[in-house]
Design a protein around this ligand. Sequence first.
Ligand SMILES: Nc1ncnc2c1ncn2[C@@H]1O[C@H](COP(=O)(O)OP(=O)(O)OP(=O)(O)O)[C@@H](O)[C@H]1O
Ligand SMILES: [Mg+2]
Length: 408
Amino acid sequence: MLDFYSQFNPSPLSIKKFIDFGLNASEQKSFIFLRKELPVRLANIMKEIALLPENLLRMPSVVAVNDWYIRSFQEIIEFEKKEINHDTLNYFCDSLVKIRNRHADVVETMAQGVLELKESHDVDHQTEHSIQYFLDRFYMSRISIRMLINQHTLLFGGQLENAPGPNQSKYIGCIDPQCDIVSVIKDAYENARFLCDQYYLASPDLIINQSQHNELQQEGRINIVYVPSHLYHMLFELFKNAMRAVMEYHVSNDKYPPITVTIAKGKEDISLKMSDRGGGIARSTTEHLFKYMYSTAPQPSKSDAHTVPLAGYGYGLPISRLYARYFHGDLVLMSCEGDGTDAVIYLKALSNEANELLPIFNKTTSKFYRTMVQTGDWSNQAANVSQRTISTHYKKHQLPQESMTGAI
Ligand SMILES: Nc1ncnc2c1ncn2[C@@H]1O[C@H](COP(=O)(O)OP(=O)(O)OP(=O)(O)O)[C@@H](O)[C@H]1O
Ligand SMILES: [Mg+2]
């Protein structure tokens, strides 16, 4: 069955399609789409799990994750030939909720698996490279599967009252057709500032600038059709990073330079640039920023249960970039060491261009896991950056809107 479903490519949907579907489609139509699309997305990524290095596949946490995927795959394909009636539709919704709950801890369990490998084996450069490649695709696949599950259960499972935000009724599933970017920025800032105040007893202020192309000028507010919880996730992570940098760089001052967020709307992109004066990042380390488990923060310890640190696991940037890329946006960092960092989130301005970006399993993918990393053909000053790994008791950030995001 796995081989059968993995032959199909996943069908990416645009935000516009999600909305049209949410407004017009029946539960039955959604069911018919998902009972094929979910196994296809699961099978594509399960085939990739099977290509991971043997010794990683043997780690207990990876075995657990693999089992969850197998069980969920089996549960979904049960619906393949089921007669469509009221009971089947209800049972399908219940199964999706069960699957979503089963997979709630996938990110930390997989991270744990990688740690188990690092603690028990020497991990060479090639394996490290494959793992990074895999985790990007695996977590992206997870974001997309949760998006599909959330849309179906929110639209048809009577869960709309759980939607985030003040005006729940305007949501279509978890998409806000008029997402007010400024309010998401303020929300993320306030929550990061709360952590910052707790930890450093002070925090930098926020300045928001808005600019948009004259032709696009509306009533002054910049709105976007988007999943607010995804945007929130990215901003919250960037704010935590910026605040930590500012507080630690200006440690001997009692005044802290503010964090500035500039929102720009063009014809193609909406860009959110967060600028801090937190001392920046050296060029030699920038290539590591998006690596899973790269962090310069001290490891949070078990006894930290009551003080939530601003950083520690090194998952903030890579996962945020996946959220941005999921709908064909991006997240980039530009830094000047000695001054500060600009982090830019790019989002597609048009909802019909905001297509899902999904990993596809094929021959090229398989080759990637087997081919050696190319050796350099330029002289190279070996970059000797120490990479701290996350602790074995990796625990997830409790994000305020987490249950809605399916987020990580
Ligand atoms: N604005 C910034 N200024 C300076 N350094 C930064 C900034 N943003 C990120 N960094 C550096 O990049 C590293 C990785 O960031 P990332 O958010 O991925 O992980 P983290 O903040 O260490 O842990 P967490 O998983 O809790 O986010 C940080 O540890 C920090 O050294
Ligand atoms: Mg961080």
